[in-house]
Structure formats: structure tokens, C-alpha cells
Design a binder for this molecule. Sequence first.
Ligand code: GLV
Length: 326
Amino acid sequence: MSRPRVLVMHPFLEPGPTMLAEAAEVERYPEGMPLEQEAIRRAAEGCSGILSQVKDPIGEQVLSLPGLSVVSNVAVGFENIDVAAATRHGVMVTNTPGVLNETTADFAFTLLLAAARRVPEGDRLVRSGGWTGWEIDQLLGQDPNGATLGVVGFGRIGRSVARRGRGFGMRIIYSDAVRAEAEVERELEARWMELPALLEEADFVSLHVPGGPDTRHLIGSPELARMKPTAGLVNTSRGPVVEEAALVEALRERRSFAAALDVFEHEPQVSRALRELDNVVLAPHIASASERTRARMSEMAATNLLAGLRGERPPNLLNPDVLTRA
Ligand code: GLV
């Protein structure tokens, strides 16, 4: 029996590449080729599976390819894939949930601390050679200990961030369309609130909602205006969740104390206005980037893809309706 062909959009860590090579003919997306649907469709012709990453736009044009049966995204987020179109065309879509929760939560907390205590500013000062010694009022920050942490989106990652907050003596409030089970609220002593009230009460706000049209500009000018001028905003979710121009204004005018961003509205472009501000910590979308977690994501994505190619239900199928459509 001939082996199925799969298109791997980008290099990824072991063990995934070896797992795929054992069971399929692997084609690599040509390096330097634009990440556009038309080009992806051409490259995927004759393939039964695609292994994609967050920057790959996989829409109707790609998903309507005859013979395509599964798209496996090496990420928990999947707003780069038109899942409804995939279901219409009988294509299974999978992601890599769970394995990156703790690593992503570690990084969200790292950003929170870095912004609160102005770590990058201190690093830049020392590196510049311009530091003249201890000063009573140098780089004064905000205390996470004893502060209120507002978690927006109280799913797996949001709850892991809340646990870290508890370890730092923070009070936890959260907002989410779905209220957490009483047991979880008890464990984390977490209080549910509507978003506007949370923004007014929190000293730090950490975003953990999914991307996509429903959460675009969830945090814009009116929301930033509700936040305390001493508050810090952390975004490890998706860039468009925050209206970047509004955030730049709030930070520039010191209406917001600080922000820390791992994701950007027009990734990988980061506006000069944002890059010029001192009171923002910037990271290149690396929240899940530990060696162990990226390897686990690789294994999970390859397992999903191979299951789909065998005609089995992949463990992390996002559109189960695809299995029951006529
Ligand atoms: C990364 O951003 C992911 O969604 O896993």
C-alpha cells in the first residue's frame, strides 16, 4: 500500500519528524515561500495531511483540496485554521492542548514579574554602562505580593496562572463566559466577576482567552481606561485581543503603569511606537518555548496527524462533527 503524503509547513522538533517519516512521505513547504493560501494549496496538492503552525493561514482554499483528510496544528490556538470550512470539506483539524499549560503559565508569570519590577529596564540601564549606583527611588515597581490578579479567560492556562498568583500571595479574581466549578473557585479562592469590574479591581490583568473574531479588541481604549494607573497588563494569548494602538497611547501617557506582551496584533510586525516605550516588556511569542514542552507538542501533533491518516479519530480532534457528516 502506498504511503500517504504529508506537507510539513515548518521544521519542528523531534520526535514528530521521525514519527512522520516512518509512516508517510514527507514534503517540506519550500523555505522562503510566502505563507499564503494559494501557495500552501499548491504545495499541498496530492497530500492527505498538513502539519501546520500558528502563522500558516489554512482556509477554504486549502481545505477544499481533494484528498486532504487532516490538518494538525502544532499549537493549542487554532484561529489560523477555518475549522467550519474544514468540517464542510470533511477535513479533521487537531491541536495540542494541555501539554503547554504549565510552561505557558510560567512565562505569563515571568512577564508579570518582569513588568511589575521593571527587569528589562534595569538590564538596559546596567548594560548601558550608565548606572551610577544604588538610589532610593531607582526603578520603583509595583508589588505582585499582596496584589489582586485578574485572570481573563479561566481555562487551563488561566487557572495555572492563578495558582502561581496564589503562591505569590495574590488575591484571584477572574472573568470568563463560563463560571468555574465551585471546587475550583474554592481551591484558588477565586472570585468570578464581569470583565469591567475585574478591570477596575485588578492590580495585574493576565489574558488567557482564545483568539479569533469573538475576542478581537477585547481590551481597547474603554477597557484600558477602567484599569488602575498602577496596573500591569500581560498578554500571552493572541495579539489581536488587545487593541495595540490604544495600549501604546495608555502606556505613553502613563495611564497604564506597564504591559508585557508575548503576542502582537500584526505579528511578526511590532510597531515602532511600541518598541520605543520603556514601560512595556516585549517577547517574541515564546510562552510555550521550553525544550520539553515543544517536544511534547511535536509528539502530540504527529500522533494526531498519523491517527487521522489511518482514518482513526485523532486524540485532539477539534471538529468531531466531521465524523458524522453525511
Ligand atoms: C501558541 O501560541 C499556541 O497556541 O500553542
